[in-house]
Design a protein around this ligand. Structure first.
Ligand code: GTP
Ligand code: MG
Length: 273
């Protein structure tokens, strides 16, 4: 049977783990790793060819962890090289560029590619995923906000960090959380600890917030047909208000979604006799 359980070395307290980086080309995977391991940033883009490999040692509580990092190339051209390296990973850095929506939308297909190579969802469940919303230093070109990124990550039981390989923001915190979670998972027999996957909000809440963000007008936001009656609008509003009220819903972006729903209802009722 296949397992992602890490290889233990002789000493009881040391662990060897494998992590990989995933995400579109040019989102900053190599720079994030370089910033952490070498404490520097290279502005010039040097595309990873196939895979880059490196090793680093970290201390988590009383354990020494030897981390094997496989930095994948994001370009589709390298699929044949990448697909060899998914297996036996304990951690995945899933990176997108907050200034490129395509790179955020592509996260699902990166998970898809990985799942295909891993063979089953069960194998994916024993891996720690960290989502890096990278290049947050470039504030003017940002198009994917924190709420949207956090919701995507946390609704899947993944960690979410805002990072900049350029300034170093979030990088150490992100890697510390990453390695600490991988250690917890290894100590938990290779299963992601339950606390990490229970996020305090439901899939229905997450899906509703996402739907509200993407709605094209107030009718669409309330989920009623254009021309709906006051009663229909109020009924739809009440249902959403119960689901998303900030006292009840802790999902990222719920407060904004709630406000948007209140505004949509007000503007629709103004025009319905
Ligand atoms: P592939 O290896 O092709 O998959 O790309 P990659 O994801 O490894 O990207 P890489 O780390 O090579 O970075 C791509 C470009 O983005 C480079 O020009 C980097 O200097 C730049 N870059 C990476 N991270 C940041 C960041 O946080 N802020 C800014 N401003 N630029 C960044
Ligand atoms: Mg790279």
């Amino acid at each position: 049977m296949e397992t992602n359980a890490p290889k233990r070395r002789d000493s009881k307290k040391s662990l060897r783990v494998k992590v990989i980086s995933l995400g579109n080309a040019e989102v900053g995977k190599s720079c994030i790793i370089k910033r952490y391991c070498e404490k520097r940033f290279v502005p010039k883009y040097l595309a990873t060819i196939g895979i880059d490999y490196g090793v680093t040692k970290v201390q988590v509580r009383d354990r020494e962890i030897k981390v094997n990092i496989f930095d994948m190339a994001g370009h589709p051209f390298f699929y044949e090289v990448r697909n060899e390296f998914y297996k036996d990973s304990q951690g995945v850095l899933l990176v997108y560029d907050v200034g490129l929506r395509d790179s955020f939308d592509a996260l699902d297909s990166w998970l898809g590619e990985m799942k295909q190579e891993m063979g089953s969802q069960a194998n994916m469940d024993s891996i720690v995923f960290i989502v890096c919303a990278n290049k947050v230093d470039l504030t003017k070109r940002r198009v994917v906000d924190e709420g949207e990124g956090r919701l995507w990550a946390e609704s899947r039981g993944f960690h979410y960090f805002e990072t900049s390989a350029q300034s170093g923001e979030g990088i150490n915190e992100m890697f510390q959380a990453f390695f600490s979670s991988i250690t917890d998972m290894c100590e938990n027999g290779g299963k992601r600890p339950v606390a990490e996957v229970s996020v305090g909000f439901t899939k229905e809440q997450a899906d509703t917030i996402r739907r509200i963000r993407n709605s094209k007008d107030s009718w669409d936001m309330l989920g009623v047909k254009p021309g709906a009656t006051r009663e229909e609008v109020n009924k739809a509003y009440r249902k959403l208000a119960v689901l998303l009220h900030p006292d009840k819903c802790v999902a990222p972006g719920s407060e904004d979604a709630f406000k948007a729903v209140v505004n949509a209802r007000t503007s629709l009722l103004k025009n319905i006799k």
